[in-house]
Design a protein around this ligand. Structure first.
Ligand SMILES: Cc1cc2nc3c(=O)[nH]c(=O)nc-3n(C[C@H](O)[C@H](O)[C@H](O)COP(=O)(O)O)c2cc1C
Length: 191
């Protein structure tokens, strides 16, 4: 059982990162093998819409996505975590997602079946404001991303009103909630 975490914030050990770490700890606690990708540390060009992937399902751009594609396909569960930036995912997370057009093309253009069916995905997000609709746009993006990589949107942890670096630690239940989410993700396959 492999759980892959995608960390979309540029701030290391801040709100998004701390929540994802707890989620991965929860998954590990259930016996899962866990891996975290810190997107900001990688070189991932935005999609250029060359559409090379429509021919064979592979992106024509050579960068760190080369190593991410197999990880996305091998994981039994995927957790993507991002701060809200202008009501959307961070540019770092969005660049990785957009490059998954190559996997979308395998499924919807080349009609290939993606390996490893029945996989689960979860979304962790934080934002500074408290609006009811804060996460709506990002949830749609993540649902479409998961669909493209053959993952079911199964769980979420959305935390409003968190802004300063590491402020999430002052939230009484957030870290424990993330731990529990991670446990559920690791259990998803067992069930
Ligand atoms: C460029 C930028 C855009 C932001 N846009 C929003 C936003 O639209 N809504 C919101 O609630 N918070 C917004 N924020 C605040 C962050 O979501 C907030 O600081 C969050 O806690 C950062 O998480 P991190 O510490 O994991 O990076 C924005 C912050 C930045 C830097």
């Amino acid at each position: 059982m492999k759980v892959l975490g995608i960390m979309g914030s540029p701030r290391i050990k801040s709100n998004t990162d701390l929540l994802l770490d707890e989620a991965l700890k929860g998954a590990k606690n259930e016996g899962a093998e866990v891996e975290k990708i810190v997107v900001d540390k990688l070189k991932i060009a935005p999609c250029k819409e060359y559409l090379g992937c429509f021919k064979d399902g592979n992106c024509v751009i050579r960068d760190d996505m080369d190593e991410i594609y197999p990880k996305l396909l091998e994981a039994d569960a995927v957790i993507i975590a991002s701060p809200m930036f202008f009501y959307g995912l961070s540019a770092q997370a969005k660049a990785l997602i957009d490059r998954c057009q190559a996997l979308w093309a395998r499924k919807y253009v080349l009609k290939q079946s993606l390996p490893n069916g029945g996989r689960k995905g979860a979304f962790i997000a934080v934002g500074a404001t408290k609006g009811k609709r804060l996460f709506e746009g990002a949830i749609l993006t993540v649902k479409y991303f998961f669909e493209a990589i053959g993952v079911e949107y199964a769980d979420e942890l959305l935390v409003r009103g968190v802004d300063a670096r590491g402020e999430i630690k002052e939230r009484p239940t957030a870290l424990a909630d993330a731990f529990e989410l991670g446990k559920r993700m690791a259990q998803a396959k067992k069930a």
